[in-house]
Design a protein around this ligand. Structure first.
Ligand code: F6R
Length: 630
């Protein structure tokens, strides 16, 4: 939630910060702003609504060169999404500006202390409190050093800062760290100040922040795409670390000990094309259409003589139980994998929603493996669950997409999903990649137990065939999705039904439809309909039913016919070679893994519905890509 960026270098900072923000807009888009230095003046431009409003405002008011800048795109946590709450936030005396992603949980206590000291606040945000806390710490340090209170006198202060620039950098560093030590909660912050005009400072605790290392230029940002056109060399900051960046150097230290830390520089293999629309109308459509490639990429290096290779897990002890923990779409992928992990791995599996799990004092088995699934690797609840499980002494396997993310670094073992950058807020290709990895893991467990080898070989053969099948089927899926979306755009509500492996897909279909088109949708296990939900069915309440050619076929078919007998309209997605007495049939090719075709079909249906209804497909209202707050 919220995207932040900071830049120090030889290029004009203002367009660069705006460009970076455009690649971070998926993280939040209710307001945006930037700060830069014009000679020794701290300039801030902010705007309500999407980034384009800020771009327009900047074009009107800032035709200047600035070598240093910071920017923010917001997903509101404290205060309405109006201009006064947009970042950056200045300290009351204007000596510094801060952008922030996260929540300062004790902001009210800090604010009360500052109010008593006479500080004034102009927004409802926790970030403004943090900005003033740093200013207050700086005030104390400068008073101690110069035996005079001159922080309110900007002119003298600037003069002193120019005279004593090394000393001011030192004091600012101390003030920044002292303030952060007092702030509880989660933060990724970037700060700029005319008192240290060659530098920016940045720090993190439980919110993503990384540095881009260029030639004669340095970046800090919430995510790699922000600076991908300029560098792919990246340092991942860890919790309680801060960085001081100038146009010619950088330093990373611990906030508490202030000791220097040597960090590894990672090369990111993603290219800019992965983070661009590539001629598609929306990122979401591009990401759905990329899925044959994602399937292939997930299998590269993972198969040898029909055996699954997961060398990352060589030292993983065979678990007695598995518990999967995740949120949203990643949870749905976990629920789907339960069938395969239990069947092929012969290990009992439970699946939990991270936000519920982490607060209910869970009892974990001694040899219970925890799998956390997260595209971003930064979801606060999933990370909270991971940390709790580690505290309880359990081994955690992370399945995530973003290189160097918190889940990847904090889990004992990690499998990367190879989906490439997912920009659209609604997760599509990431879920498919999670499913592939989880399926490979299920086969891998079976391999280690020497069980179900024949079935595993069949699945591997089918997985190898699937990319080509999906590639060939996608044009048909697009056409059908559009046809059904137009036909059913009247609906105010939808049921999604599935059984067995299709149940979790039904949940995912419903989630996609509601988050993109704002049509109410509920996913149900087909067998549950009779236990209540069927009461809602009438001619105005349609159903999207998944009918796979498996052992449940005849039972699911009966369930769908029961819906039809109550005037319910049904879109039935079924496999070639099977049949149902229904008007709206949507056939997918025959395969033993129909999930991998049904998922893109449902994604496309939601996409077309949202686009037809004129919704903001890539940035649905009230949402953000990575939920780094609880
Ligand atoms: C829905 C969606 C969300 C995420 C959820 C978890 O389209 O994208 O439900 O799946 O917020 O995010 P990650 O996987 O990043 O932990």
């Amino acid at each position: 939630m919220c995207g932040i960026i900071g830049y120090c270098g030889h290029r004009p900072a203002i367009p660069l910060v705006l460009e970076g923000l455009s690649r971070l807009e998926y993280r939040g888009y209710d307001s945006a702003g930037l700060a830069f230095l014009q000679v020794s003046d701290l300039k801030i431009i902010r705007s309500e609504g999407k980034l384009c409003n800020l771009v327009e405002k900047v074009a009107k008011s800032a035709n200047t060169f600035a070598p240093i800048g910071i920017g923010h795109t917001r997903w509101a946590t404290h205060g309405l999404p109006v201009e006064k709450n947009a970042h950056p936030h200045k300290s009351y005396n204007g000596v510094l500006a801060i952008v922030h992603n996260g929540i300062i949980e004790n902001f009210q206590e800090i604010k009360n202390v500052l109010l008593e000291k006479g500080y004034e606040f102009y927004s409802d945000t926790d970030t403004e409190v943090l900005a003033n806390l740093v200013a207050d710490e700086l005030d104390s340090l400068l008073q101690e050093k110069y035996h005079t209170k001159f922080i309110d006198n900007a002119e003298i202060l600037m003069h002193k800062a120019q005279e004593d620039n090394k000393e001011f950098l030192h004091c600012m560093e101390e003030a920044f760290c002292n303030a952060l030590k007092k702030a509880h909660g989660a933060y990724a912050v970037v700060m700029l100040s005319p008192l240290i005009p060659q530098h920016i400072m940045a720090a993190r605790l439980s919110a993503p922040l990384l540095m881009g290392i260029g030639v004669g230029e340095y970046f800090v940002a919430s995510d790699v795409p922000a600076f991908l056109p300029y560098t792919r060399e990246v340092i991942f900051l860890d919790d309680r670390e801060f960085a001081i960046i100038s146009t010619s150097s950088y330093e990373i230290k611990n906030i508490f000990s202030r000791e220097k830390i040597e960090k590894e520089i990672h090369h990111i293999p993603w290219d800019l094309q992965g983070a661009a629309k590539d001629g598609y109308k929306h990122f979401m459509l591009k990401e759905i259409m990329e899925q044959p490639k994602v399937l292939r990429d997930c299998l590269v290096g993972r198969l040898q003589n029909k055996n699954v290779l997961l060398p990352e897990l060589d030292n993983l002890k065979m678990p007695e139980r598995i518990r999967i923990i995740a949120c949203g779409t990643s949870y749905n992928a976990g629920l789907w994998s339960q069938y395969y992990l239990e069947q092929l791995g012969q290990i009992p599996v439970s699946v939990e929603i991270a936000s519920e799990f982490r607060y209910r004092k869970p009892i974990l088995g001694k040899n219970e493996l925890i799998i956390v699934i997260s595209q971003s690797g930064e979801t606060a609840d999933t990370l909270g669950a991971l940390r709790l499980c580690k505290e309880l002494g359990n081994t955690v396997l992370g399945i995530c997409n973003v290189l160097g993310s918190s889940v990847a670094r904090e889990a004992d073992f990690c499998l990367y999903t190879q989906a490439g950058p997912e920009i659209s807020v609604a997760s599509t290709k990431a879920m498919l990649s999670q499913m592939v990895l989880l399926l490979l893991f299920a086969i891998y467990l079976g391999q280690r137990k020497n069980s179900h080898q024949e079935q595993a070989t069949e699945i591997i053969n089918e997985l190898l065939r699937l990319p080509a099948v999906l590639e060939k089927t996608l044009p048909q899926l697009c056409e059908k999705a559009q046809y059904f979306a137009y036909k059913y755009a009247f609906a105010k509500s939808f049921f999604y039904l599935g059984r067995g492996v299709a149940f979790s897909l039904a949940l995912e279909g419903a989630l996609k439809l509601k988050e993109l088109s704002y049509i109410h949708a509920e996913g149900y296990a087909t067998g549950e309909m009779k236990h209540g939900p069927i009461a809602l069915i009438d001619a105005e309440f349609p159903t999207f039913a998944l009918l796979f050619d498996d052992e449940y076929f005849s039972k699911v078919r009966s369930g769908i016919l029961e819906v039809k007998s109550r005037q319910g309209k049904v879109i039935a997605l079924l496999q070639e070679g099977t049949m149902l007495e229904n008007d709206d049939l949507w056939f997918i090719p025959k395969t033993s893994l129909p999930e991998f075709l049904a998922l893109p079909a449902m994604q496309l249906f939601s996409y077309e519905m949202a686009d037809y209804l004129g919704k903001d497909v890539d940035q649905p209202r009230n949402l953000a890509k990575s939920v780094t707050v609880e």
